[in-house]
Design a protein around this ligand. Sequence first.
Ligand SMILES: [Zn+2]
Length: 173
Amino acid sequence: MCNLMVNRVKRRVSCLPKATYYKPREVPLCDLEIINLSIEELEAIRLCDLLHVEQNEAAEMMGISRKTFWNDLQKARQKVVDALVNGKAIEISGGEYVNSGECKVEFLCKGCEQEWESQCNEGRPTSCPKCGSGIICRIGGDGRGKRFIENDYCCPKNKGKEVVNAKAGSVEK
Ligand SMILES: [Zn+2]
């Protein structure tokens, strides 16, 4: 716990997750333990384990010391394996980070089902570029800690199962 101060440093993150919630199938949300994986913890495993970036370089990319990076990485790996082995849900949200805006996010218009990409750092678009509708959503959630069950988020193309899950989850709230 002596590194609490160090952990206040904002990590530079260049990719936000495409989905922010994972849960074991057929287990009601109310019976699950939810593990919160922060955006920067996900970034640490993404850089190290997915892209195989060398740790010194990864730490530099995130603007933190190698030791802090290592701590983030260990915490992230611990959480992911805990969820996988013990059947827990993972919610990816929150943390101390700044978005360096190198990644793209996808948006979906609920009016005409147009999908388009936008840079992370351009902010949320206010309307659909095709039909002008303001009813748009980010595909996979916005990574800022809003659970999609609370947003009533579902992809119009997969209506049915998702909606049932969302309803069941919100009833338990
Ligand atoms: Zn549209």
